[in-house]
Design a protein around this ligand. Sequence first.
Ligand SMILES: [Zn+2]
Length: 497
Amino acid sequence: MLTLEKQNRESIVRRRPTVLALPRGNFYTVPMRIRISSRISVWFFVSLAILELGALPLSAEDQIVALKAARLFDGKSRALVQNGIVIVQGDKITDVGSNITIPPDAKVIDLGDATLSPGFMDAHSHLTLDYSGDFNKRRLEEVDLNVSEQAIRATIFARATVEAGFTTVRDLGSRFVGSPEFVDVALRNSINKGAIVGPRMLVATFGIGSTGGHFDSTAGFRDMLFGHEPGYSQGIADSPEEIRKAVRFEVKNGADVIKAAVSGGVLSLADEVDTPQLTPMEMTALVDESHRLRKKVAVHCHGDQAAREAIEAGVDSIEHGSFMKPETLSLMKNKGIFLTPTLMATEWILSKLDLYPPALQAKAKAAGAARSEMFRNAVKLGVKISFGTDAAVFPHGQNAKEFALMTGLGMAPIDALKTATSNDAELLGIAAKLGTLEKGKLADIIAMPGDPIADITATERVSFVMKEGRIIRNGPATPPPPRTASQTVSTDLGADF
Ligand SMILES: [Zn+2]
């Protein structure tokens, strides 16, 4: 490991000039944001100082690395391979299998009684936010805190997520009330450029929704407290034309995927949890405009009627889906639309009910009571299921707890592992490069102790993480920064569940 650490340090020294040479305005494409961009540049260097010094990713342009473990999950087969070996060169997998020949010049990393797996993916996260604490306290902090400070906190969430084995996330909505910033775009770009450590991100920018709906971050506050009603540039749109404009605006500003709220939600103050919030014509415009721009559409939806209309409009995934009836699930299966169940979100809220106002407690209980049967029906009917947690509703880095919730509701462990690897890669549109351990794919590889088929909670103890051939973690995780008694990391009013 001494050689690897030396290389790591050298790689940081080599990479830094690239970071320093970043042109200003790189994260925002419109002149009005230049002032904000310069502030973001400051975040980078602060983040670098705090975080990057402790990061020792492997620079492995030429080094051949052989990863060995007692078992291997390839992301698609229905059984584990015994005595798994993966050969990595640069950022790619060059060979994979059982008892294959290890090149003589390879650096061998023997992980022992562990299971190798493709890096996990989470198709529903909010890496820029944390609303796991007291709801009302967070709501006040939301309007108190500088968005720059909240963005720096997001770098900690990004590290916790990738160190937990999640090398890719689809980040479904980032919003700071009264603020126009695209923190998720900045976070994604900073990770891509090596300025900070985190998972590969596909980001949605602001969720799109109706006035007073789940994504209207001013709902629940006094009328006009923020001086104006939010419009398309904050994701709020009330006609097919406005929806198209919102989609175009988000893609212009860096969205990889489009997120919309088609029904009410649990953590929003001014709506019922299952009412439809977009009309069928608005949903048709949403899907048409997004697909024209080659972006997939993920919709937040608890209600059955809204789900049916969204499925008919041709969305790519239904997020949550709590109240979906078997007929709606069948329709979904026939159209090949994914369900992202986010069981962790309900689980967390129901375990901390006292942290939420009574109206939200009632909505959480109703959604929680419906979702287990819905999930069992979805598994039984063979609906495509993607792994997604709604991380931010619960603390970042606990994403893998979703696996045990899925198997607890009747999904086979091997199928649960597939949801977070090959299934998510298909939904995210990145299956050609990621999601399985196969020759030629990017080397996103993790290892967990023991056998996750025998004990699915092994997924919660990932101890080795490689992303694109660079080792992010081999052993204990980076400890979180100390928190004072008065400190929380809550940020967002536009809660998304
Ligand atoms: Zn969400």
